[in-house]
Structures are given as C-alpha cells and as structure tokens.
Design a protein around this ligand. Structure first.
Ligand code: DX5
Ligand code: ZN
Length: 225
C-alpha cells in the first residue's frame, strides 16, 4: 500500500488566462503532479488541453505531467505524449480494442502506465493487465466535464479495487481518483484506498479560495491516513 498520498492538480480547471501564474502557485503549494486532460470530442463530447500546452508547460515547470487521454484509439498519440513531456499516462479501457498493447506502448515510452475506467466498467477488466499497469484511474464521474457530482457507488468501487489488487499482490499499484474529488469527498475516497487525488473545481481550484489555502486544506483531510 502506498504510504504517500499524491495530489494531481487538474490543469483544465485552472484560470486559462493566467496559466503560468497558476502553475507558480501550484509549485509553491507543493502539489505532486499536473493532471492534463486531453479529449477528442468523440470518446467524450468535449475538448481539453493539448500537446502544445504540454510543451509550453515543460518549458516553465518541472512538476511531472500526469496525462489522461479521453480519446478513441489512444495508441495513436502515446509517442507524441511522451515527446511533449508526459510522465504518467492513463488511457481508457473503453477507448481501444487492444488495451494491453496500449499499456505496453506507454511503458516502452518510459511513462507510468495507467488504465482509466468509466464509472460503469467492472474492475474485473484489470485481471489480465495487472502486470501492465502502475496505476488505475477510477473515474468518479462520467468523463468529459469538470464540475460534476460524485456517483456514490464509486466509493465502493475504490475499496473493491484496492482489495482486488492487494489480493493479487499488487499493493504498489496506485489508485488515482478523478472527478469531484472535493473537500467533502476526499476523506471517504482516501479511506477507501485512493492514493492519487485529482484536484479540480471542487478540490484545488475552488471559487473564492486561493490555491494555497485549498491545497493546505486537502492535505489536512487525509493527514491521518
Ligand atoms: C473530467 C476530467 C477531470 C475533471 C475534474 O473529464 O477527467 O479531471 O477536470 O474536475 P472536477 O474535480 O471539477 O470534477
Ligand atoms: Zn481527468
């Protein structure tokens, strides 16, 4: 089991008109990762950040980029994501016919390999790819848009996934939770076994609160775990 909870700031939720300032505030707050949502408008009806923004970020910060591809046939982009500076990459199980091949390609490109699961996707799909992943990205909401509400069954899905992996001797695999990782939801998510928290509009980029204040508060919420 990982004893250090990581915070990954969902940059798509930052102030786009002041991105460098936001990154400096995130650096000062000591967040661990930058969550980079990239979407194709087909797998999800939305777009997000892109590889040009990743290249610009790579020029100004050393915070590792943890990329979340909400893209059909993500294999097409894996090499370009690593070239743009990606260090972690999760691709959706539901977005490719060949998930094991995609995960192996992510590792061949020297990135930590993650599989992202939509809320309704069973954790049984992890059975024959548990050796190919470094983390699981459990969607707490339906992917594509920030600001949605947690699907309650997802808390049970976190604990089921933790037990499922631990029974297979995979205690080292991180569970990343993505979507409405809010001040109210974090304690139960961490209690259930989440080890990487994606901070978006309800966690790190809250209205009327500074990034520093939000990160500090998030840290206190899991300090005991
Ligand atoms: C949704 C993205 C999430 C989202 C998180 O498609 O994968 O990363 O931006 O935003 P909140 O925390 O506001 O749900
Ligand atoms: Zn995401």
């Amino acid at each position: 089991m990982n004893d250090k909870i990581k915070i990954s700031a969902s940059l798509a939720c930052a102030d786009m008109l002041n991105l460098e300032r936001e990154v400096r505030l995130l650096e000062r707050a000591g967040i661990d990762l930058l969550h980079i949502d990239i979407m194709d408008g087909i797998f999800v009806p939305n777009y997000g950040l892109n590889m040009d923004i990743m290249r610009a970020l790579k020029r100004i910060t050393d915070i590792p980029m943890e990329c979340h591809l909400m893209i059909h046939d993500p294999e097409r982009y894996i090499e370009r994501i690593t070239e743009a500076g990606g260090r972690y990459l999760s691709v959706h199980y539901e977005a490719t016919l060949h998930i094991q091949r995609a995960l192996a390609l992510i590792r061949r490109n020297n990135m930590k390999a993650g599989v992202a699961l939509n809320p309704a996707t069973s954790i049984e799909v992890l059975d024959y790819i548990a050796d190919d992943i470094d983390f699981v990205n459990l969607m707490m909401i339906n992917p594509g848009f920030a600001g949605q509400k947690l699907i309650p069954a997802m808390i049970r899905k976190i604990s089921d996934t933790r037990k499922y992996l631990d029974r297979r001797g995979k205690e080292h695999i991180d569970i990343l939770v993505d979507g409405n990782v809010s001040i109210d939801n974090i304690p139960s998510m961490v209690e259930a076994g989440a080890t990487i928290l994606v901070g978006g509009t309800s966690g790190i980029f809250r209205k009327n609160h500074s990034i520093e204040e939000s990160v500090e508060l998030v840290r206190t919420l899991y300090h005991g775990n």
